[in-house]
Design a binder for this molecule. Structure first.
Ligand code: NAD
Length: 401
């Protein structure tokens, strides 16, 4: 009583949470950010940034390996895993430091600890070490890797992307379960670095939900680089021995040194006091009005990977965090236009799309026409030595251009 009441307390310092915290400064809101780890969240610490650092090392390696094509002579390159790992970590650490500085500069109180709601207007840190009163709370606790029965993560034989980003040496034989963004990105970089990769996908195309033609094109290029791809693969429980892991699928199996499970990410909403509010929860995901990010509990907002029915992407999280703060400060509905959120899979070659796929457009009753153009005819693609792939446009017949 009589103590400080924050305008906003944010639980979780990933992209959605820190974007909200930084943006709140624009409105002069008195803001606290509760985070149990370093600030940065999955994207910065265990996701986009470290994964792209690895992909870049793999790209440099393959570029040097084919340098002779460009008239550049060099000896056969070798890959120093430890140096690439250290470089990845240096990039992450530098960005964490930069983000911490920015939060400080914008006068956000960053509180290191585990935050839990105690009713809609109070956040308890570390079981009562600190109690924060709040006019508004933004829940941004993110997601963690999911797994499937029989594949509990042990960090050695059965791993998630969290572990794989910190491998100390190149794994020789790898099975990747799930060919979504994570599975495909790891398949691409491990193949470039010389691992023997088997990619097992339950659905009948890789990157399910993406344009079928683009997915086929990507599949072709991954195969050409030696990735063994099985779609429609139903994986059964593994056998773990001293020599490795046997992964059965259908009536076949593969023996590998390590299995990377990349079958999606589950929301982190247990133990954070959601039940002390009237926020709607659907299988662990939080419901919110996607125009304001406000939940069914006035004054409590949900943003980022834990939201029901939205893409789990850092850039979507940024937009959601900003929308929540905008609503708190001004009452304006500024939720993202989800139709305009691009998806990029950072394989080599990369795959990117924005808007409706052909299948989704047809499903929604549009009459469409498509236009495809191979990179073989693009000068820039020839010059950079990356002439594989294509662009596909899906347009509404006789519609606006
Ligand atoms: P995902 O949902 O994108 O892909 C999971 C894949 O696993 C799907 O293809 C699914 O059909 C498959 N699968 C599920 N159960 C299976 C089973 N039993 N056997 C075989 N396959 C199975 O999830 P992800 O790749 O783990 O990524 C998690 C989230 O992070 C996604 O939302 C993703 O978009 C996001 N992410 C994005 C990027 C990017 O934008 N570049 C990179 C990494 C992650």
């Amino acid at each position: 009583p009589g103590g400080l009441v924050y305008d906003v307390v944010i639980i979780g310092g990933g992209p959605a949470g820190y974007a909200a915290a930084l943006y709140a400064h624009n409105y002069g809101l008195n803001t606290a950010l509760v985070e149990k780890d370093d600030v940065g969240g999955t994207c910065l610490l265990r996701g986009c940034i470290p994964a792209k650092a690895w992909l870049q090392s793999a790209e440099v390696f393959t570029t040097v390996a084919k340098a002779a094509e460009f008239g550049v002579q060099s000896s056969e390159p070798t890959f120093d895993w430890g140096t690439a790992l250290a470089r990845k970590q240096k990039i992450v650490d530098g960005l964490v430091k930069g983000l911490s500085g920015l939060l400080k500069q914008r006068k956000v109180d960053v509180i290191n600890g585990f935050g839990r709601l105690d009713g809609p207007n109070r956040v308890v840190v570390n079981d009562g070490e600190q109690v924060l009163e709040a006019n508004n709370v933004i829940v941004a606790t993110g997601s963690v890797p999911r797994t499937i029965p029989g594949y509990d993560f042990d960090g050695v034989r059965i791993v998630s992307s969290d572990h794989a980003l910190d491998w100390k040496a190149r794994p020789q034989r790898v099975a990747i379960i799930g060919a979504g963004a994570i599975g495909c990105e790891f398949a691409s970089l491990l193949a470039d670095l010389g691992s023997d990769v088997t990619l097992l996908e339950l659905m009948d195309q890789i990157v399910p939900g993406a344009d079928a033609k683009a997915a086929r094109e990507l599949q072709k290029h991954l195969k050409r680089r030696g990735v063994k791809i099985k779609t429609g693969a139903s994986v059964a429980a593994p056998t773990i021995t001293d020599a490795g892991v046997t992964v059965p699928f259908g009536d076949a199996s593969v023996e590998v040194d390590v299995v990377l499970v990349a079958v999606g990410r589950a929301p982190v909403t247990e133990g954070i006091g959601i039940e002390t509010t009237s926020v709607q929860v659907d299988r662990g995901y939080l419901g919110a009005d996607l125009t304001t990010m406000q939940t069914s509990q006035p004054g409590v907002y949900a943003v980022g990977d834990l939201l029901a029915g939205t893409p789990q992407l850092a850039h979507a999280g940024f937009a959601e965090g900003i929308a929540a703060v905008t609503h708190i400060a001004t009452g304006t509905a500024a939720g993202p236009d989800y139709r305009a959120i691009p998806l990029v899979v950072y394989t080599h070659p990369e795959m990117a799309e924005v808007g409706l796929t052909e299948a989704a457009a047809v499903d929604q009753g549009y009459e469409v026409e498509t236009h495809s153009h191979s990179f073989l005819g693009v000068g820039r693609a020839q010059i950079s030595g990356q002439n594989q792939g294509m662009v596909k446009l899906v347009v509404q017949k006789d519609g606006p251009i």
